[in-house]
Design a protein around this ligand. Structure first.
Ligand SMILES: Cc1ncc(C[n+]2csc(CCOP(=O)(O)OP(=O)(O)O)c2C)c(N)n1
Length: 321
């Protein structure tokens, strides 16, 4: 069931629902993780939800998204199947990839979520390939490629920018700039933080959204995608955000020495889940929260009660079947 429908009248309700669902799913994953029932590493997007929600809310059902190993937010914002996601993380046969791929490789083609990948930067050219196919077929769809600031340091990112600009492909590049590549902060990796200026030299319009505001991200996405559907070519958005938890795993890592809690607290003070929630009346918010808890409990139950894949499955889909 898709959680978003662009025809639903109340945008605030929809955006809150999206951010809240992602937050609560990931908090639940973090809670379950130490029990070892989750069989894959998890890269959580807690704190970063507004980017996926703001962008995906501006899409039509037929549009595509590709994500990275930090894939839960985009997957959920796109309405990806929650039962299949939990089953995949639990290593169960009913998972998106039969329980063999885990959190870093979520896919849901029914909701046009292209597969994610553990290898930094590699889902950008996959998105580009889809955009090329769309262009050749003369369709009005668009593709969104989500990636981190670290991925912009990969050669393939620059090759894709150039190719997309040259061929005027309908791809929206979205950098979720959480300011760290694992433990390395931006200021130790970039001499300037003018990423948008760098991208513009390829002939691609670029916008920076610095405050993580879901409405701003949604409005900007709508604007650039509207142009893209009529052949304007690619666009780039850099959305500043902050990862509240460790790079990989369910915990915090503020004792690791590469950052302190001051920046975290600044981002927490303008938590989008709280801000969006305050726009709803209390009864509506309580109903949304309750629905979300029911959906998560259902997905966890489904994953727990589902069987593991048969051992013969080890040999299937290893190459191509
Ligand atoms: C090609 C490649 N190089 C290195 C790695 C190791 N690695 C895993 S995550 C990561 C950091 C990526 O940071 P970023 O793109 O900013 O994404 P974030 O984790 O912050 O969401 C690195 C270097 C990898 N998986 N793939």
């Amino acid at each position: 069931m898709a959680i978003f429908s662009n025809t639903a009248s109340n945008i605030a309700n929809r955006l809150y629902r999206g951010v809240r669902l992602i937050r609560r799913v990931e908090e639940e994953l973090a809670r379950i993780y130490p029990s070892d029932r989750i069989k894959s590493p998890v890269h959580l997007s807690i704190g970063q939800e507004s980017v996926a929600v703001g962008v995906c809310d501006a899409l039509l059902p037929e549009d595509f998204v590709s994500a990275t190993y930090r894939s839960h937010a985009a997957y959920i914002a796109r309405g990806g199947n929650l039962r299949a996601m939990f089953a995949e993380l639990f290593g169960k046969a009913a998972g998106n990839a039969g329980g063999k791929a885990g959190s870093m490789h979520l896919i849901d083609m029914a909701h046009h979520v292209l597969g994610a990948s553990a290898v930094v930067g590699t889902t950008i050219p996959v998105a580009l390939g889809y955009a090329l196919a769309i262009r050749r077929r003369g369709e009005a769809r668009v593709v969104v490629a989500f990636f981190g600031d670290g991925a912009t340091e990969e050669g393939v990112f620059h090759e894709c920018l150039n190719f997309a600009a040259l061929k005027r492909l309908p791809v929206l590049f979205v950098c979720e700039n959480n300011q760290f590549a694992i433990h390395q902060p931006l200021e130790k990796r970039w001499a300037t933080d003018r990423l948008c200026e760098r991208v513009e030299t390829y002939g691609i319009p670029a916008a920076r959204i610095a405050d993580g505001n879901t409405d701003t991200i949604r409005a900007k996405t709508q604007e650039v995608i509207g142009r893209m559907r009529t052949g304007a070519g690619p666009a780039f958005m850099e959305c500043l955000t902050y990862r509240w938890r460790e790079h990989v795993g369910p915990g915090e890592d503020y004792d690791a020495g590469y950052r302190d809690r001051v920046a975290l607290e600044a981002w927490q003070a303008r938590d989008e889940m709280v801000r969006l929630g305050e726009q709803l009346n209390e009864a509506v918010r309580a109903r949304v929260d309750a629905e979300i808890e029911t959906r998560i409990a259902d997905a966890v139950d489904f994953a727990e009660s589902s069987p593991f894949p048969a051992s013969e499955e080890l040999y299937t889909n290893v190459y191509a079947d």
